[in-house]
Write a protein that binds this ligand. Sequence first.
Ligand SMILES: [Zn+2]
Length: 574
Amino acid sequence: MRISKLFGKTLREVPSEAETVSHQLLLRTGMISQVAAGVYSYLPLGWRVFKKIENIIRDEMNKAGGQELRMPALQPLELWQKTGRDLAFGKGLFTLSDRRERKLALGPTHEEVITQMVSHNVQSYRDLPKLLYHIQTKFRDEPRPRGGLMRVREFTMKDLYSFDVDEAGLDQSYKKMLQAYQNIYTRCGLPSLVVEADSGAIGGKDSHEFMVIAESGEDEIIYCDSCQYAANVDKAQSIKEKIENGEPLPLEEVATPGMYTIDEVSNFLKVPQSHTLKVVFYVADGKFVIAVIRGDLEINEVKLKNTLHCFDLRMATEPEVIEAGIVAGSASPVGISGFKIVADESVTSGTNFVAGANKPDTHLKNVNYPRDFKADTMGDIARAQPGERCPRCDGRLSSTHGIEIGHVFKLGTFLSEKLGALFTDEKGVSHPMVMGCYGIGLGRLLAAIIEKHHDDKGIIWPLTIAPYHIYLCPLLREGSRVLEVAEKLYAECEAAELEALFDDRNESPGVKFNDADLLGIPLRVTISPRTLETNSVEVKWRSQKESELVPLEGITTRLTELISQGLSRLSDLV
Ligand SMILES: [Zn+2]
């Protein structure tokens, strides 16, 4: 490809709207272009990278026994209502009406469609297992699209769905996918970490995410320094240490004038925060809820939402708290009625807690569970924090940030039951199929690769997914034969099916080198009057500082060798 003909321009300036490195570099290299919030076009260079990632994913899915198929983006809303997941996705689901006022959804995922299709095509245990996948555009109405390709509203996903006769079969399929995913990331040059995850709106029980560790990642990962335990903070657990505070004593009111926060109350009464109880007010599916947790811990709203089994959860507003007749700053689960109380299990981890008294400027000492209050629901709603003890071993937990680049779920039978995806076993008895689903967002993966592979000059593409392998860079000077040699070399590269981007522009060496670095093409081949003095070209890897002079004679053979060695280095790791 000649750069003079290439559609898409490089930008010198960092676009002000872009916060993450990948977003900045994708815009500066002219690889993507924004159409609306969270909606992007891919330009030719970006699209080449995209297609290479797609092919790696397709290859690994096929090797794992997956069969590719195609499903529509337009789906009857009725199908979503059958499984109840229209409510689980809530406002994230794009819906529309057709000319006959029939309700449709733009698929954010395709479990409903595929499960229904499988129910029509599979009847016997002999037809199972099945691994079916597609690579396709999906839609989610994200509340806050951001980070360029990181969080978008229209995106391409590879989703594979597995159908098995039992849990053991599902375990096998799940294992195959975990391995295939690891292969995909290795081939894309991305080191990944598997962490336990929350299933969210998809549903099901076990779920894992693949993470790339990165400062810019919006997910927090809690992991153990001593064992393999690692989990998304929305799923992570920790040991809540027992608080030694003596035998339960009688309740006692104390005056706490002007003390509202846990911090103020614990300082004023000279008790550690772990000896206090904190209440937080929420509205869950329209109902006022009081959440109680030990004062030194924080509530994780995803865990709270799962414990409450609700679709919609938010903090209560100040007017709502006042309307509920609650004395903010001194609110207490003790003696309150008419509201649902959800408690973190940490309220049972000690005795004689300090809590509010539901009276202005007053708190209660010696609050004990369940003597003084009862919870309608109890569970683990606490945010695991670094420094706490690991739930698996005696180690300490740490925290880091990551970008989620894949998510796999053991769905079980809840969808197959609702949609009638049944099979008959050897004895003719009917059972629901046991399902799993396995997703990778391609654009997100592309952005994550840039987050991991760049420097202050630009992108450093891994060879496997680079838009082109070679940046052919003639430094033109009047009266020299540089252009003539470069044209000939470019023609030879084309003939040898080498992927070369030919910088045939009449620009200065500085401009050309800057663009070569910015675009991140792995091999730069420079032809200048100086290299021609020895009938050679300068060959330099984008990822390395050193360059070498390579004779022009047999140059395409040498370049082919370098590229195939580079490519096999990544696939050898698989
Ligand atoms: Zn551990």
